[in-house]
Write a protein that binds this ligand. Structure first.
Ligand code: ADP
Ligand code: MG
Length: 298
């Protein structure tokens, strides 16, 4: 017997490096008319590097001490930024202290107890939350300076007091711009960028990728709201993401695709399809495969 078109399309998608979880998903992929792309790990390679280590003037910390403190708190996290911080500390040969009470807030950062001190590491805009004391003001100014250079920034807070900022840079995937162009051609609409990162770094990267519609500073539920806004305008949205913070949007979307290589388990489980070969350019390919199969089904 010849294989039904949707099943051959699944096999074909597999050869392109995309695991499509069912025939229903294979069919739905071709209906998509709007695409929302996550930034870190989706549009970027997801292997960010620490580029700047800036203890605040008012702190007693050296660069190494600041980095070791941040690395300790980040050690249990699977977030790409956490891996960047831990790798930087290891590269410098630093001792990374054990932590207790680790917790993470998707889209915001992490908290832990390091050497008896409460430490928070995460998005400056969220952790500072408009505070105007001298340490907070110094941290906010430093973060803004680095963000204007396109950096993602991470604030380190010890016992409630900001002590330093780390700058992190990630590269655009080599196939990002071509993927954006292909998605525009297939769906008739330019894809949008949905990210928890700061608006300055997001705008810089979006421009490199050819994306004009940028939604930055989003919490996981804000990504869901962006999807719902499209759906209530009658659009069928494909979300592509990798993080724990993307899981609610992957679930809310008409169709969700997760980046497999560095994607979080939650994103992989929640998504309808998984990119196994780590090429973003497979997204327009599977949409085209779905459409071709649907023509054969009807
Ligand atoms: P994206 O949507 O681009 O994938 P996330 O929502 O995962 O980004 O993160 C948004 C922001 O929250 C990051 O830019 C960072 O400032 C902060 N953040 C999240 N998780 C962490 C973490 N483990 N360590 C440091 N900062 C974090
Ligand atoms: Mg991400």
């Amino acid at each position: 017997a010849t294989m039904p078109p949707l099943l051959s399309a699944i096999a074909n998608a597999g050869r392109h490096g995309v695991l499509v979880k069912s025939a229903v998903v294979m069919e739905r992929l071709g209906q998509v008319d709007t695409v929302a792309l996550d930034k870190t790990g989706t549009l970027t390679e997801g292997t960010p590097r620490v580029t700047d280590i800036r203890p605040l003037a008012g702190s007693d910390l050296s660069e190494d001490a600041l980095l070791a403190l941040a690395a300790a708190a980040e050690h249990p996290s699977e977030h790409p930024l956490a891996r960047a911080v831990v790798d930087a500390a290891r590269t410098r040969g630093l001792d990374i202290p054990e932590v207790r009470d680790f917790d993470s807030a998707p889209g915001t950062g992490v908290t832990a107890t390091v050497d008896g001190a409460a430490v928070a590491v995460g998005a400056p805009a969220r952790l500072l939350d408009g505070a105007t004391d001298t340490h907070s003001a110094e941290a906010a100014a430093l973060a803004e300076e680095l963000e204007n250079d396109g950096r993602t920034t991470v604030l380190v807070v010890r016992e409630g007091v900001p002590v330093g900022i780390l700058g992190v840079a990630d590269r655009l995937r080599p196939d990002a711009a071509a993927t954006v162009t292909a998605l525009k051609a297939l769906t008739g609409t330019a894809p949008m960028l949905v990210t928890g990162d700061n608006p300055r770094a997001a705008a810089r990267l979006a421009a490199e990728a050819g994306i004009g519609d940028v939604r930055a500073g989003l919490l996981p539920q804000d990504k869901v709201a962006a999807v719902r806004e499209q759906e209530s305008a009658g659009r069928k949205t494909l979300v592509v993401g990798d993080g724990v913070n993307d899981a609610p949007a992957l679930a809310a979307a008409h169709t969700g695709i997760a980046m497999g290589r560095a994607g979080s388990d939650l994103a992989l489980e929640t998504a309808d399809a998984v990119i196994v070969r780590d090429e973003l350019a497979t997204v327009p390919k599977v949409i085209a495969l779905s459409r071709a199969a649907r023509r054969l089904v009807v």
